[in-house]
Structures are given as structure tokens and as C-alpha cells.
Design a binder for this molecule. Structure first.
Ligand SMILES: Cc1ncc(COP(=O)(O)O)c(C=O)c1O
Length: 402
């Protein structure tokens, strides 16, 4: 056994004490332990495409290294990449409006660190991606979750938004297509939300559009149809999901220049510019052939349709059809209160997921991790054969509840 150094005094800051081990990490660790112990676990817990990074992107990274692009890059991102990103936005945007960061997650962290004071409120429709809550808490601001259940399509309505806004509201965080629900806001829904924002000039909108290219119907960037709100909009996007580049850690923000400058200042004192090699790779992804996006979308759609049908065929589960991303977020409410074959009662969604891990050997993430209990998230960015086997196991296990 290696030696572990343990501190003799407690060193954690107050801020760090709030950071908890995420439910998703807890589940991945349980999966790793069980697999190490020889159990055949199928995990549908991770949010990353199963495709490889496109070969031309890998070649571009290799060439960049051979050219010597291995030095500190500009903190805000290379001009070439920011120009390519600016071209993805409407209205001939200046590259000064763009920051490149180490993943979309760092864009979010930069934005919140740059703008949130203690007591500021961030409205986040629930279910939400778990990291939003953690980053907001880390900034000592207040998360204002607004529950948006399946009957609302897991989407925030203009009326609910209006009710949630207070003088302390700093941001509305919108994520479409969304993780974990896959909800895709329609143009009509987004324009109603924009109207509420027009009436509340102190509220900024952070539109996390990282799943933009995994949309099964029309996707519109927030900047596209609410250009008048551009001076208080931050778009977050990146190459992780669209181009299967999660490990390259490359994302970006598009927003007003002074916000981008402040975020760049924060990034400069934490990580500096994103990896020069990843920036060259992202440039190749954006400037290269885009047909793969459509091909991969077809594959995601097939898998979505399969999983939705299989889970709806299972007893006690209800699985809405998501409009985007690669997750389903079915309800397991009808399973709560039922008894497992070994006599335990399913008390909630977390107990339901524990039951499936024990009895079906399938790992899923309970809805409570995303601020909306009574559900679970299944990522279908996995091989069709694993999805078939997984859904079969889930249906058999649920069928054994009484
Ligand atoms: C909604 C959402 N935003 C942002 C991210 C982070 O993306 P990145 O890997 O580029 O940091 C994720 C990753 O799962 C996500 O689901």
C-alpha cells in the first residue's frame, strides 16, 4: 500500500467546505468498485458521446504541435479560434466578444466568479446540470431553483420566471437542449422568456448551448432572436459534446466585451489560456467538414427512440421523449413505495437507483442530484447493444417490484 500524507490540521476554507462529492462521482466510484469486484455493471451515468474525436481534428492538433504551437497561448484564446467562434454567432460578431476556456465548465465558473456577490440570486430551472448548483454555491451566491416537471416539458415558463425574479436576481441560467432532461425550448417559449427579461433590465441571461448540435427539432441560439438583449447575454458553448472532444477541455463564452474582459482576468489568475493544442484542434473542428454532426445526430436519434420506447414498455416507468441532448429523464414515481424482492421498500429515486444497481447491475443517476426527485437520468450515448441489454435488465428488475 502506498503511504498517504494526512494533514494534522483542518485546512479547508469555508468556500471549499460547501463543495460536496457529487452524486455522479459517488455513482461512478461505486461502479468502479463493483466492477473491480467482478460484477458485470452497465453504466449509463456519464454525459459524453461514445464517438471518437474526428481524425482530421486529431491531425490538426498533431500538426500544431509539430509547428511549435506548444507555448503559452493568449489568455483569452487565439485570435484565429475566437474569429471562428465569432462566426458561429449571428450578426458579424467581433472576436473581442469571445473567451476561450478549459471546457464550457470553466466558462461558467469564470462568469459566476466575475459577477456574483454573496446574496446575489441565480434562477435555475430544475432539473439542472449539477455543476451549476455547485459553482453558484462556491461563489457564495444563492441558487433559486424553479421546479419544472414533466407536465411543463421540464421547461421554465415565462410566468414562472416572472414570479421567481427579485431585485437580487443577477442571472437566469437557461440550458437548451438541457441536461438532464433533454428539454429543447421552442422559439415561442424563448421569445416569451425574452419578453420577461426585457421587463427586468437588471437580469442577465446565461444561455448554456453546449448541446446545440444535438437537437432533434429547431434550435435557436438566444442571441439569434433576442439581439436586443445581447448586452446582458452570455452564450456558453464548446466542442465537448458536438465533436466528441470532452477530454480536450475546450469551451467558450460569447458576451459583452467588459464581461469577457473580467472573465479573462479571472482565467488569467487560475489556468491562463486553454491548451494551445486543444485550441488548434477546436479550430479544425469548427472550420472542417460539418457533415459528421448530422450523421451523429441520426445515431443519437435512433438510440433515443429505442430507449424511450423500451422504458415506456417497462412497468411503473414513464419516459417523455426529449427534444435534444443524449439523456432521458424518466419518472420512477410509481415505483416509490413498492417493495423489492428482498423485502426493502423503495423510498425515493435514490433508493430506486440503488435497487437497479444491486438487482439489474445498471448504474443511473437519481433525479435528486439534478434538483428534481422522482426521476432518474439515463445517458444513451452508449452502444446500442448495451442500451438493449440495460433496458431489458431495468424492465426485468422493475417487473419484480410489488
Ligand atoms: C449542460 C452542460 N453544460 C456544460 C457542460 C460542460 O462541458 P465541458 O465538458 O465543455 O466543460 C456539460 C457537461 O456535461 C453540460 O452537461
Amino acid at each position: 500500500m502506498p503511504n498517504t500524507i494526512q494533514p494534522t490540521q483542518h485546512v479547508k476554507s469555508r468556500r471549499a467546505s460547501s463543495a460536496q462529492l457529487s452524486e455522479i462521482v459517488r455513482i461512478s466510484e461505486a461502479v468502479r468498485d463493483r466492477r473491480a469486484a467482478g460484477e458485470d455493471i452497465l453504466s449509463f451515468g456519464t454525459g459524453e458521446p461514445d464517438f471518437p474525436t474526428p481524425p482530421h481534428v486529431i491531425e490538426a492538433a498533431h500538426e500544431a504541435m509539430l509547428r511549435g504551437e506548444t507555448k503559452y497561448p493568449p489568455t483569452q484564446g487565439t485570435k484565429e479560434l475566437r474569429t471562428a467562434i465569432a462566426r458561429t454567432a449571428p450578426a458579424n460578431l467581433d472576436p473581442e466578444n469571445v473567451i476561450v476556456s478549459t471546457g464550457a465548465k470553466q466558462v461558467l465558473a469564470n462568469a459566476f466568479l466575475a459577477t456574483l456577490n454573496p446574496d446575489d440570486e441565480v434562477i435555475v430551472p430544475a432539473p439542472y446540470w449539477t455543476s451549476y448548483a455547485d459553482i453558484i454555491e462556491f461563489c457564495e451566491a444563492t441558487l433559486v431553483p424553479v421546479s419544472c416537471d414533466a407536465s411543463a416539458g421540464f421547461k421554465l415558463s415565462a410566468a414562472r420566471l416572472s414570479d421567481a425574479i427579485t431585485p437580487k436576481t443577477k442571472w437566469l441560467l437557461l440550458n437548451s437542449p438541457g441536461n438532464p432532461s433533454g428539454a429543447l425550448y421552442s422559439l415561442q417559449e424563448l421569445s416569451e422568456i425574452a419578453d420577461v427579461l426585457r421587463a427586468n433590465s437588471h437580469v442577465w441571461v446565461l444561455a448554456d448551448e453546449i448541446y446545440e448540435h444535438i437537437s432533434y427539432s429547431i434550435f435557436a441560439s438566444f442571441l439569434n432572436f433576442a439581439p436586443d438583449l445581447a448586452d446582458r447575454t452570455l452564450i456558453v458553448n464548446g466542442v465537448s459534446k458536438a465533436y466528441a472532444m470532452t477530454g480536450w477541455r475546450l469551451g467558450w463564452g460569447i458576451g459583452p466585451v467588459d464581461l469577457i474582459e473580467t472573465m479573462t482576468g479571472i482565467q488569467g489568475q487560475s489556468t491562463s489560456g486553454a491548451s494551445s493544442i486543444s485550441q488548434a484542434a477546436a479550430l479544425a473542428a469548427l472550420n472542417g467538414p460539418q457533415e459528421l454532426l448530422a450523421t451523429r445526430l441520426v445515431s443519437f436519434r435512433e438510440r433515443r427512440d429505442f430507449v424511450v420506447a423500451a422504458l415506456n414498455d417497462a412497468e411503473l416507468l414513464e419516459c417523455p421523449t426529449p427534444g435534444g441532448a443524449f439523456y432521458v429523464f424518466p419518472s420512477c414515481k410509481a415505483a416509490v413505495g413498492k417493495t423489492t424482492p428482498d423485502g426493502t421498500t423503495i423510498t425515493d429515486d435514490a433508493a430506486f437507483c440503488d435497487f437497479l444497481l444491486d438487482h439489474a447491475k445498471v448504474a443511473l443517476v437519481p433525479g435528486r442530484a439534478f434538483g428534481l426527485p422522482g426521476h432518474f437520468r439515463l445517458s444513451y450515448a452508449y452502444a446500442k447493444s448495451d442500451l438493449e441489454e440495460g433496458c431489458k435488465r431495468i424492465a426485468a428488475a422493475v417487473g419484480g417490484l410489488y
